[in-house]
Ligand binder design. Sequence first.
Ligand SMILES: C[S@@+](CC[C@H](N)C(=O)[O-])C[C@H]1O[C@@H](n2cnc3c(N)ncnc32)[C@H](O)[C@@H]1O
Length: 315
Amino acid sequence: MGGHLPVMVAEVMGLLGLRAGEVYADCTAGLGGHAVEAARRVGPRGTVVLNDLDAGNLERAAAAVREACGGDVPRVVRFQGNFAELPRRMEAEGLSADAALADLGFASVHVDDAARGFSFMREGPLDMRYDASAGSSAADLVNGLPEAELASILREYGEEREARRIARKLVAERAVEPISTTQRLAGIVRSVCGRSGGIDPATRTFQALRIAVNDESGSLHGLLRAVERAARSVAAGERAWIGPGGRVAVISFHSLEDRPVKRAFAGLVERGLATAVARGHMGPRVEEVEANPRARSAKVRAIAIGDAAGEHGTR
Ligand SMILES: C[S@@+](CC[C@H](N)C(=O)[O-])C[C@H]1O[C@@H](n2cnc3c(N)ncnc32)[C@H](O)[C@@H]1O
């Protein structure tokens, strides 16, 4: 993939509407592409909260903000961990955001660095953990899970129609020798599915394992529950990790991610706990997709915490 291009920056900044002195929370700081733009907007009187599971990315994002802002750098607060836990950590520090962003999934460094094991194009250890210091790797799952569980991961998170056949083959192959590299796994999947043009069949298996290894679905649900909790607190006049009128934007890359965001945001708007910042979702411009193929499937949705009358949501 090479180089790092943050997705839909202008659109996201438009939706977040950051102003000088505000607090911006980046749930997925990554390489800091969005954070840099946010930092410029909140300015030296503002605060940028950076969070990432990947300690290396967190460091990269903080460095990018420092470099981009020079002497006008905002206060930067860092948290290394799952964004599902960020709300509690912010509340413990007395931080309340005016805008928050979650840009889901992996960063370019994850697929570019073969040693992280995310890429089916490069030989590497079968790892795929965003936080390389904790939890089970893709190799642990592939070599340790029962066949039925593997099949259900491939079906649910990869939308893989050959899930059962792939799982059966994985179990047979691991009995011969543990599956410990990306190329061996990709080869096994291709041997089951064949290649008839279109995308590499390993794509779906790698996506499924990445989602399972990092519990991406559980983390997103945790974050969405925390947004709802903040909305209820704001409605009750209580302090929360997102303040009254706080904008929340989520960038997703496939329907498994977008569906729960759409449902959660719509539920909050229906109950008068939030207002829609944009109608439905926004997608990337044609020029952006040409420059950055990963942007192709991006969708961003945004709400503002508080009711439409502005009683709790005044900005
Ligand atoms: C698409 S990248 C973000 C890119 C960033 N917006 C930028 O402009 O550079 C997603 C980042 O989220 C991190 N991540 C994924 N799941 C996470 C989770 N549950 N909690 C915290 N960080 C997570 C990944 O490590 C990765 O760095």
